[in-house]
Design a protein around this ligand. Structure first.
Ligand SMILES: Nc1nc2c(c(=O)[nH]1)N[C@H]1C(S)=C(S)[C@@H](COP(=O)(O)OP(=O)(O)OC[C@H]3O[C@@H](n4cnc5c(=O)[nH]c(N)nc54)[C@H](O)[C@@H]3O)O[C@H]1N2
Ligand SMILES: Nc1nc2c(c(=O)[nH]1)N[C@H]1C(S)=C(S)[C@@H](COP(=O)(O)OP(=O)(O)OC[C@H]3O[C@@H](n4cnc5c(=O)[nH]c(N)nc54)[C@H](O)[C@@H]3O)O[C@H]1N2
Ligand code: SF4
Ligand SMILES: [Mo]
Length: 712
């Protein structure tokens, strides 16, 4: 039986898989040992790829919501009606009356990445939203302001470092994020085995913290103070040594002045970390030959997420660890969207959202504003919505309010293959092919990988008759909108011709040829060469590339961008000011991820949900006994916006005063058509998180540290 090799598209790790099939059934799935990057590693979630493909609940043709349930409609009807209704709303109420939301899997699918731009342009709305503002927005802001391009993200060189400082990340479970590195557990063990140090800062003693030399509990939302105190210590003890970076960096003195007022003693109370521990962490980091600090979801989705990602970059830079092996490095992917202006550099605060005045970032508003933009009357109100590969009812703050808003829309369409908590509100659902039915190349994650590699995966199964790929759905909608006068250039150039030329395959081949390993290089990489190497091609370790790769004027690193420096006053006021002490009896809520879940859409695989109930509230024994609560008991958790019942799991893992709930659960809502998930519903943490709690700088959701009460 021929073996099929492909990249797993479920999370960011890009593991190579080897599959065997009989007819339409996958009979075996294992890690591909010959994949030069993942070398056989895979996690239990990979089995969900065949499960999703075979899932009887997966939609295989467009459907319309009717009073008696979902009814099949033809593609022509579904596409015509979607384009007509969206355009109709825009023609009567203005372009911004239609909003679009792009969810996480859209970055794992080359079709949505490459064909999404013309569609969003054809819609021409300012009401663009995505999962970015509940995820990695602060990384893009820091990259834009410091390095001049929103996608020039520094990646921790885990395989060569001697000291890894991890804050608000749990890569043993998540397998890494903005750090594509298949087999993170093995890579962390290898770091320890070569004598390197791993330090984890997290309000929970996570699976990653279990592998660490040192773990520090930290009060949720206070990491920016810790980072300022680390920088303070480095300056105070003369340990600042940016090395060659000094020649092309601005703002070092400003940073020095700014951190003066944050000695470790001044932040110990707010962070919960002792001054001596902060000093010793700073010393260990600065004296390691190669060190890197990295923070992920727990840092990005907090009230000072913007400050955190900036200060992490500064910490790496002032210790000379930016752009050097073993530090934080930049990639040179074979398909380099940073070259030739394919991806815009980005912009910030060009305008503000209508109701709350939250800032745009690169043309998107924060999704925490979506519900109010639908519910608040007046000119510019959203009455039509297109969602693509997302489930914002479960994944964005105050999902219950968003759900009420969705129910009030004049028209909603979704490009998705499940009737989930969000898409059940759509009038029409347009389902794309399954992940095994289309070719794949990681346009995004090669850009974020700890090593330069390239791999092309052909489709495993031919698409079912009458099935459409995401990009075909997008092209069909774009063409219909262009026909109504949108994208004048597209109409003039002949829309069918242009769109039929711009297939993902053609764009990839062109991108590879124009890329750093293409035409102008020795390797002369093409799509055909990739197709001849089914396990993927190794393109070598990350290499220093600054200042050449900077996009700032004069190619200089901006260590102290004014927008970020100004925000320090807000931090000081909020966390060190008089009102900073939490009221008695309140706990701080944080989230967590689980090995056999992937955001909200992996719970319809029986293999992944079996076993004991996983959607539980973790609480420290001291907090449980103070409330007379015990493990296994059903408790009620209440926040400003909502209240949910959930089983309690008492655990020493938690920092006293904090509790944790995994996100992505809550499938008990009526009308959801995922039968396995509905039998293991859990509850949604985002029925507790607050749409009003955002990082005022970026508008990103502040999930970390939501105040809650817990009662029997
Ligand atoms: N409280 C709290 N909330 C969080 C987080 C947290 O840590 N805590 N994490 C946040 C993060 S990091 C993220 S990324 C978001 C995720 O939030 P979202 O992106 O809104 O939601 P997902 O759960 O990823 O939903 C993915 C949907 O895409 C569909 N899908 C899968 N593959 C494809 C495809 O190829 N094409 C199309 N068209 N559809 C597809 C699935 O059927 C599913 O319905 O959640 C965020 N929400
Ligand atoms: N198995 C699995 N893997 C996944 C996903 C999944 O759902 N399941 N989702 C994928 C996605 S979309 C993403 S974005 C990545 C995310 O990847 P990670 O960021 O590595 O994943 P999380 O488990 O959310 O880790 C966040 C950590 O931050 C901690 N934390 C919360 N608040 C704070 C705080 O204020 N300060 C500090 N220092 N820590 C805090 C939490 O306790 C948690 O341990 O994972 C990806 N991989
Ligand atoms: S770690 Fe991520 S990419 Fe690797 S097998 Fe698991 S889900 Fe797939
Ligand atoms: Mo994410």
């Amino acid at each position: 039986m021929p073996l099929h090799h492909r990249t797993c598209t479920l999370c960011e790790a890009m593991c190579g898989l080897t599959l065997e099939v009989e007819g339409e059934t996958v009979t075996s799935l294992r890690g591909d040992r010959e994949d030069p990057f993942s070398r056989g590693f895979l996690c239990p979630k990979a089995t969900a790829l065949p499960d999703v493909h075979a899932d009887p609940d997966r939609l295989r043709h467009p459907v319309r919501r009717t009073s008696s349930g979902w009814a099949r409609v033809s593609w022509r009807e579904a596409l015509d009606e979607t384009a007509e209704r969206l355009a109709g709303i825009q023609e009567s109420a203005g372009r911004d009356a239609v909003a679009v939301y792009l969810g996480n899997p859209s970055v794992h699918n080359w079709g949505t990445v490459l064909a999404g731009v013309p569609l969003v342009k054809a819609l021409g709305t300012r009401n663009r939203y995505s999962a970015t503002s509940v995820d990695q927005l602060p990384h893009h802001l820091a990259a834009l302001l410091m390095f001049g391009h929103q996608l020039l993200l520094p990646i921790p060189d885990v395989d060569r470092t001697d000291f890894l400082l991890l804050l608000g990340a749990n890569p043993v479970v998540s397998n890494g994020s903005l750090m594509t590195a298949p087999g993170m557990p093995l890579r962390l063990k290898a770091l320890r085995a070569r004598g390197g140090r791993l330090v984890v800062v997290d309000p929970r003693r996570t699976e990653t913290a279990e592998l660490a030399d040192v773990h520090h509990f930290i009060r949720p939302g206070s990491d920016a103070l810790l980072l300022l105190a680390l920088l303070h210590t480095l300056f105070a003890e003369g340990r600042v040594a940016p090395g060659r970076l000094a020649g092309f960096s601005d703002g070092l003195e400003q940073v020095e002045r700014m951190v003066r007022e944050f000695p470790p003693e001044g932040v110990a109370g707010a962070t919960g970390i002792a001054p001596e521990s902060i000093r010793s962490l700073a010393r260990g980091f600065a004296s390691a030959p190669r060190a890197v600090a990295y923070g992920r979801v727990g840092l990005s989705t907090q009230e000072f997420g913007g400050l955190c990602q900036w200060l992490l970059n500064v910490l790496n830079a002032v210790t000379g660890n930016l752009d050097r092996p073993g530090g934080a490095m930049f990639t040179r992917p074979a398909f380099d969207v940073l070259r030739g202006g394919l991806a815009g550099r980005g912009h910030f605060r060009r305008r503000r959202s209508r109701v709350r005045g939250l800032p745009e970032f690169s043309g998107e508003y924060p999704v925490a504003a979506l519900a109010e933009e639908i519910l608040t009357p007046g000119p510019g109100r959203i009455t039509g919505l297109l969602t693509i590969a997302g489930n914002p009812v479960l994944s964005t703050p105050n999902g219950a309010r968003l759900e009420r808003a969705l129910a009030s829309l004049d028209f909603m369409a979704a490009v998705d293959f499940y009737v989930n908590e969000t898409t059940r509100h759509a009038h029409l659902i347009l389902p794309p092919t399954s992940p095994l039915e289309h070719d794949h190349y990681d346009v995004v994650f090669h850009l974020l990988a700890v090593r330069n590699t390239a791999k092309y995966s052909p489709a495993l199964f031919a698409p079912a008759t009458d099935a459409r790929h995401d990009w075909e759905i997008f092209h069909a909608l774009s063409a219909r909108l262009a026909g109504r006068g949108r994208l004048g250039w597209l109409r003039r150039a002949g829309r069918t011709l242009v769109l039929s030329l711009a297939t993902p395959r053609r764009l990839l081949d062109l991108g590879l040829r124009l890329g750093p390993h293409g035409r102008g290089s020795e390797r002369r990489l093409t799509l055909r060469a990739l197709e001849a190497a089914p396990h993927g091609i190794d393109l070598g370790p990350l290499e220093p590339c600054l200042p050449g790769r900077l996009f700032t004027p004069g190619r200089r690193i901006q260590l102290a961008p004014p927008e970020l420096v100004e925000d320090v006053a807000r931090l000081r006021e909020r966390l060190l000011g008089p009102g900073a002490v939490a009221a008695d009896g309140w706990l701080q809520l944080v989230g967590r991820r689980q090995l056999r879940s992937n955001n909200s859409w992996m719970h319809n695989s029986q293999r992944l949900v079996k076993g004991p109930e996983r959607c539980t509230l973790l609480m420290h024994p001291g907090d449980a006994s103070a409330r007379g609560l015990r493990s296994g008991q059903l408790v009620r958790v209440e926040s400003r916006v909502g209240s949910i019942p959930i089983p309690l799991e008492v655990s020493e893992e938690m920092m006293p005063g904090t509790v944790s709930i995994p996100h992505g659960w809550g499938h008990g809502r009526p009308g959801v058509q995922t039968r396995v998930a509905a039998a293991h519903p859990g509850v949604s943490i985002n029925d507790l998180t607050d749409d009003q709690a955002v990082d005022a700088l970026t508008g990103g959701a502040a999930f970390s540290g939501i105040p809650v009460r817990v009662v029997a």
